[in-house]
Design a protein around this ligand. Structure first.
Ligand SMILES: Nc1ncnc2c1ncn2[C@@H]1O[C@H](COP(=O)(O)OP(=O)(O)O)[C@@H](O)[C@H]1O
Ligand SMILES: [Mg+2]
Length: 272
């Protein structure tokens, strides 16, 4: 939930434009992400969700627009600004992007080595073990190669690496794509639990309606080269926009809403 004491958004994007040659992906896109929320980012394939994430992270220099992330100008090329954003964000890329020749433990230690070279090896090992456990993997996953893990476990390993530096801001690009429904639901619950326990803000790209209904506080829809709505899902559903109507009112959406109700009942029952 947004923190009323500090209402400034953790991410603020204004007038973002991204072009690839003739193709205009974003044009005058605005987006605010509030502290402490899980923002679900949806839109048809190729609408520029991943490009938006890369722009916010400073991995792509946009053609126009302003972006403030964690109080820093995300377009700045100054090293201290780049490092501030890097140290305070964790990213799970769409393809997982683990180093295939490194074990899970070594993968998780990569950002620790980069940003905390001063730590003794044994501390880095212990920190990696902690993150692997936080991500819901057994301790013996630490010494396995990514190729020795299931798809769901690889996602968790990527999550462990994203959490390596204890970032307040987490980016997840299609984290449940390719997982079976049970694995996807378990991953959703893990994200919600971590977000609440660690006070994270989560920028979550997904096309998974179950995820949107189960764990997102707000939903931003990318269409027509911009964010056409950014609101709680009950408001988003009502928007008179062709893509929104088709997406949120098909049979899959109905099943996801039912699933959300079951999820809420279960978490209420589990609450102390
Ligand atoms: N590096 C690139 N060079 C050229 N075109 C790109 C590049 N990255 C993305 N695009 C194009 O931008 C559009 C949006 O891509 P992307 O953000 O990956 O979409 P999605 O919403 O599916 O994540 C796509 O049409 C894609 O082909
Ligand atoms: Mg994408």
């Amino acid at each position: 939930m947004p923190d009323n004491a500090s209402p400034s958004p953790i991410i603020s994007v204004r007038g973002l434009t991204n072009r690839f040659g003739e193709q205009v992906v974003h044009e005058g896109l605005d987006l605010d992400v509030q502290r402490g929320e899980i923002l679900g980012v949806v839109g048809g394939s190729g609408t520029g969700k991943s490009v938006l994430m890369r722009s916010i992270l400073g991995l792509r220099i946009p053609d126009a627009g302003e972006m403030e992330v964690l109080g820093t100008d995300a377009r700045s090329s100054r090293l201290e600004h780049r490092q501030h954003i890097q140290r305070n964000t964790g990213v799970l890329f769409q393809d997982g992007a683990l180093f295939s020749s490194l074990t899970v433990g070594e993968n998780v230690q990569v950002p620790l080595k980069e940003h905390h070279g001063e730590l003794p090896d044994s501390w880095r090992y212990e920190l990696a073990l902690l993150k692997v456990k936080l991500a819901g993997l057994p301790a013996d996953a630490l010494n396995k190669l990514p190729s020795q893990l299931s798809g769901g476990m690889r996602k968790r390993a990527g999550l462990a690496r994203a959490l390596a530096l204890d970032p307040p801001l987490l980016f997840l690009d299609e984290p449940t794509a390719g997982l079976d429904p049970i694995g996807a639901a378990a991953f959703d619950r893990l994200i919600r639990t971590l977000q609440q326990a660690l006070g994270l803000t989560v920028f979550l790209i997904t096309h998974d309606l179950d995820t949107l209904y189960a764990i997102c506080d707000r939903v931003a829809v990318l269409a027509d080269r911009k964010v056409v709505v950014n609101a709680p899902i009950a408001e988003v559903e009502k928007l008179d926009h062709p893509w929104v109507q088709e997406y949120f009112h098909g049979p899959r959406a109905r099943a996801a809403r039912d699933g959300r109700d079951a999820y809420l009942e279960r978490t209420r029952a589990e609450a102390p």
